[in-house]
Design a protein. Sequence first.
Length: 418
Amino acid sequence: METTSASAAAIGQTGKLRPWLYVLTGFVALIFGVNVVNVLFNVLTPSLVSTFGWNRLQISSGLSIFTVCDGIGLLALGFLVDRYGIRIATPMAILFGVGIIVLSQLPASLTALYVICACIGLGAGAVTPTVYSIVVTAWFERNRGLALGILNVGLGLCGTLTPFIISFILKAHGWRTVFAAMGAIGAVLPALAYIFVLRMPKAWERERLAAKAQGHSAGVPMRTVLNHRAFWLICFAVFFVSASTYGMMSQMVSMTIDRGFAPATAVAVLSTVSLSSIASRFVVGALLDRMFAPVLTAIIFAICTAGVVVLSTTNSLDMLYVGAVCIGLGLGAEGDIVAYIIGRYIPRQLYARVLGVAMFLFAQGGAFGIFALSSSFTLTGSYKLAIVGIAISVVIAGVLMLCLGPYKYETDGSRTPA
């Protein structure tokens, strides 16, 4: 699908404000986007244990179910956007927020928890960076990396701001009010963005509508991407690094408390990850426009590996913060990098669909990492067994990125010179 026309292509670098408005809109919406679910489970797990008597594995299984269903929704979303346009994400965003609100009425039933988490997950694709990244990539050629970086800072702010917002509401009004408040915000912000603000370039819309009238999506069939070596390298790298970063993030509060630190300290360590990810998104986004992306990715993933090792072995509060910073660098960079790299190795006609697949694997990898860490603790009383696998996974992800080779496509979608 053609994502830019000659006039649209220039907008990202001519100083016109509309494309940057789209970046800002996504930035604000993502502050209360998909990452808020991870924060909710991190901060509210002790309250759920106290209220219902469930253990960590039972509760974190709800987060794993959410993550799996999030992946399913993301997989569908890429194809739906190609066929029906970006507004198709609106009902999904509403489902996400309403599902979190329903958790405020959660009964003493694990089945109810899991069903609600599944519903939230099916809508969560609309509150990830996926659609916003599709819009930004369509409008920007130059400064694309920077624009994607700024967009994804919203995710970092989610992890930085919402733990304190949630903790404040929790102390004042209890965990049920937390779910109600965060769900309402999570439904309204993205719905307003999709309905009233975000737009694709006219050339993109014309081609989409023409293809829809013929009964198919624009561009080449999705099956053609299966012949692209780069597609498989990106997919496996995404899965491995997501398992590591989201797995660690899901248990960070519990891991810190287990070492004798106060809950407030544990929340501060979690917020450090997000603060680090904010800096990472800005810096990595700008560097993507200037450095060879696979090399930059390998460096970031190596730092992330060091963070996993430090965070899982130290009893020093200072070193906990160091490990959190390192993991935050990886967490912040991965979304920017994947959205950028897909555009440089995959035909632009397949961008939305391949990004949907990549985000699906992000979710599945995250679910696997969450399950692996919580299972390791429940079965052995320690996270060490899963930590070893997670550290190895990040190393493998970096190596896979280095195997991509030279860029295949320019930022305007044309083939790079042989």
